[in-house]
Design a protein around this ligand. Structure first.
Ligand code: OSB
Ligand code: MG
Length: 368
């Protein structure tokens, strides 16, 4: 395969309701899509960087810039391009994993389409559908939260994740347990909002039998998580801190976490995600598939990954309707709390032309 052109497309999709976390409130998803054109086939990759660098240092405009300036020109000079060449070719460029992931995914999609192989089979999937959880944002009141959780449970979601921050943590968890009982699978995500000084406060979550607490401390504070883990009964899961198989290995060895959230964008792509999956499996560390408010394009690929054997906890792979009134692909809909793993070649889904055009704010063709 040889790259012949790349399209960078910016879209702006309104969310069905504002999504509030400890780092900010999202009302629209401004995303970057990468379409590669090769001598064999075309492929799509969704870049999960958000509009502002609030979740990680990456943001959509920077991803577009580094792709245009450095990554695409570097790949354009590779003669027999396959997806496994992308990471080594871009190795000399530090960071920008979300941008790298989008480009690698687009190349992988093109390669698999050309060969007629579905991504799920390529990665080693063992399931045809995956159990789904839902991430519930910080609300203005407990009543509003209980309504939202009740609606998601009615829709069939198999696990509830509550976003927490100082001032919105113990009470909302207690209220949800009170209303919906001890049997629902419940976990929390702090998005780095605490410090080790909050250890005794976070231990107050212990009686609520949570599946896990996700990323309580800052991204770089692996040691802090290891210390915190010694004082909590609630298992610690890392999200932001896990940027590669290497950082995952360090976190596991240092006992900073006992569960890992794998987000392909954060770790540089689906191939690195599989390495982390395999590493965790060999250390008996369960994993689950995180989300970044993806459109159907990113969701399709995440579902393929989530079908691997060590994804033993429901992920943030929710139905399209949890995010968008109108998605840019045919929507993914929940059946008994599960979403189907795509079975057609590549990522297994195509954008709907009219729907995509409707939300496109900018298109740039990088001629090689
Ligand atoms: O921390 O998991 C997170 C969304 C955007 C950025 C970070 C996170 C999230 C979510 C929602 O929790 C995941 C999803 O439903 O896509
Ligand atoms: Mg998280």
């Amino acid at each position: 395969m040889k790259l012949t052109g790349v399209e960078l497309r910016r879209i702006s999709l309104p969310l069905v309701s504002p999504f509030r976390t400890s780092f900010g409130t999202e009302t629209t998803r401004d995303a970057l899509l990468v379409r590669v054109v090769t001598t064999e086939a075309e492929g799509w990759g969704e870049c999960v960087a958000m509009a502002a660098p609030l979740y990680s240092s990456e943001y959509a405009d920077a991803a577009a810039d580094v792709l245009r300036r450095f990554f695409v020109p570097a790949l354009a000079s590779v003669d027999h391009l396959t997806a496994v060449d992308v990471t080594p070719t871009l190795q000399k460029f530090h960071g920008h994993r979300m941008a790298k992931a989008a480009l690698e995914t687009a190349v992988l999609d093109a390669e698999l389409r050309a060969e007629g192989r579905p991504l799920a089979r390529e990665l080693g999937a063992v399931h045809t559908q995956v159990p789904c959880g839902v991430s519930v944002g910080i609300m203005n009141s407990t009543e509003e939260l209980l309504d939202a959780v009740g609606n998601y449970l009615d829709e069939g979601y198999l696990r509830i994740k509550l976003k927490i921050q100082p001032g919105w943590d113990i009470d909302p968890v207690a209220a949800v347990r009170n209303r919906f009982g001890d049997d629902i699978l419940l976990q929390v995500d702090a998005n780095t909002a605490y410090t080790v000084a909050d250890t005794r406060h976070l231990a107050r979550l212990d009686p609520y039998n949570l599946l896990l607490i996700e990323q309580p401390l800052p991204e770089d504070d692996i040691l802090g998580h290891a210390q915190l883990a010694q004082h909590l009964k609630t298992p610690i899961c890392l999200d932001e801190s896990i940027t590669s198989a290497q950082t995952a290995a360090a976190a596991i060895t240092l006992k900073a976490c006992s569960i890992i959230n794998i987000k392909p964008g954060r770790v540089g792509g689906y191939l690195e995600s599989r390495r982390i999956h395999d590493l965790c499996q060999s250390h008996n560390i369960p994993v689950w598939c995180g989300g970044m408010l993806e459109t159907g394009l990113g969701r399709a690929a995440n579902l393929a990954l989530a079908a691997l054997p060590n994804f033993t906890l429901p992920g943030d792979t929710s139905a399209s309707s949890r995010y968008y009134q109108t998605d840019i692909t045919p929507p993914f809909t929940l059946t008994n709390g599960h979403l189907p793993v795509p079975t057609t070649p590549g990522i297994g889904i195509d954008p709907l032309e009219a729907e995509l055009a409707e939300v496109t704010t900018h298109t740039e063709w990088l001629k090689l």
